[in-house]
Unconditional design. Structure first.
Lengths: 211, 193
């Protein structure tokens, strides 16, 4: 290390910021270098001057002016809560507005995609079953079988947990067709057909009727 | 001025100020006005900028008082806000085309009430004028490190936390600043460095 490198050590040492090992190295250099000793003396003086400068305080008039201006600025705001709310609304107002708009669009879209008069079933309720009664309704003695056919618009599955999820699934599907129920009798010219409103689970089943 | 953990009295004042007690807020402002204004005056070198910065600091304190951690010294929070506000003020000045010149660094804003020792007062004033000039010529980060470490008397670790830099960097800034100030002072006093 040369004397210029030691100047940095001297500067740090003047304020007590030099690590112990470096301090020892500096001391051994100072013991043999008069130029660095002079530099260190000047640095100590300059450092003392900086420390004395701490006592120079801001004038009271300026401090009073600052306090007064702060009081006025605070008084112009109705209350601190308003300030916090204003800060909050600046930050999140845009996001909240966007979320509300999206929600409104989604609600309108859902309402538009649902057939008139249809209601979303209550959460956890299973959809109404196909009226088995109709299948077993009195039929001519000659009848052989009942064919229940439903267009495969929706696979049979577990009841949905909530109405929102249900509504989403229904939204993706095309409008379901009514359930078609045919009763074949012994006479090939006679067929009885029922059309049952949609939203009834099940698929084409053949129900053997007595005989 | 060593940084200590927030005292019980100060903690109580802060809690009251948080709940909307204007008198408690005023007391805290009086308690820290010297720290805030003194730092701003030395960082910016003139009365008007320092006053604007000090007002900004106390208004930020008022606005964000709920976020101030009662477990940590309030002085550190205020130092950080002051240094940031000084930086913003310097940028604003530059944007508006103001030059940051040594002439702007005056003793306006400091208490000039002298004691009985007039000759001593004059000598001190001259000494501080030289220091003000030297400080104004320093790069901003070196100036901030020196003001906090040598004039406000904070430990190196605390200075590093306030400025958001490592202790090694703080030491590097401080040594550079001290050498430059010494050289400026030697020149001003007609000595050979």
């Amino acid at each position: 290390m040369n004397c210029e490198d030691f100047e940095e050590y001297i500067a740090l040492s003047a304020g007590g910021d030099l690590p112990h090992d470096d301090e020892k190295r500096l001391k051994s250099h100072l013991s043999v270098c008069s130029r660095c000793r002079n530099f260190a003396a000047g640095m100590a003086e300059s450092q003392g001057s900086l420390v004395r400068w701490r006592s120079e305080a801001p004038d009271n008039e300026l401090m009073a002016e600052v306090r007064s201006n702060v009081r006025v600025a605070i008084a112009q705001v109705p209350c601190r809560r308003y300030l916090l709310m204003a800060s909050w609304s600046r930050r999140f107002g845009f996001a909240a507005g966007l979320a509300l708009t999206l929600l409104a669009i989604a609600a309108l879209w859902l309402a538009g995609s649902r057939p008139v008069g249809e209601t979303i079933p209550a959460a956890g309720k299973r959809p109404e079953q196909a009226p088995d009664r109709k299948i077993s309704e009195p039929a001519p003695a000659e009848s052989r079988a009942v064919a229940v056919s439903e267009p495969k618009t929706r696979p049979a599955g577990p009841a949905l947990g909530d109405s929102v999820r249900r509504a989403k699934i229904e939204r993706r599907q095309p409008a379901p067709e009514p359930l078609r129920l045919e009763l074949h009798t012994a006479d090939p010219n006679i067929r009885i057909i029922w059309f049952i409103p949609p939203r009834q689970p099940g698929k084409t089943v053949a129900v053997p009727l007595g005989g | 001025m060593a940084v200590a953990v927030m005292s019980g009295l100060e903690e109580d004042l802060l809690a009251r100020a948080k709940s909307g007690d204007a008198a408690a807020f005023e007391t805290l402002m009086v308690q820290y006005q010297r720290q805030v204004l003194g730092t701003a005056l030395r960082m910016l070198g003139n009365r008007d900028d320092a006053r604007d910065v000090a007002q900004e600091v106390f208004l930020r304190f008022y606005r964000y008082i709920q976020t101030v951690d009662a477990g940590r010294p309030l002085s550190v929070w205020l130092y950080r806000v002051t240094i940031n506000a000084c930086r913003d003020q310097e940028r604003r000045r530059r944007r508006r085309g103001f030059e940051v010149s040594l002439d702007r660094h005056t003793d306006e804003g400091f208490d000039r009430a002298g004691g009985e020792d007039l000759a001593g007062d004059l000598e001190r004033r001259e000494e501080w004028r030289i220091l003000r000039e030297a400080l104004a010529a320093l790069p901003r980060k070196a100036r901030a490190a020196l003001v906090l470490r040598d004039i406000q008397g904070l430990p190196t670790g605390e200075v590093a936390r306030i400025l958001g830099i490592s202790e090694v960097t703080v030491r590097s800034h401080i040594s550079t600043a001290r050498i430059r100030i010494k050289k400026h002072r030697d020149r001003a006093l007609g000595r050979q460095s």
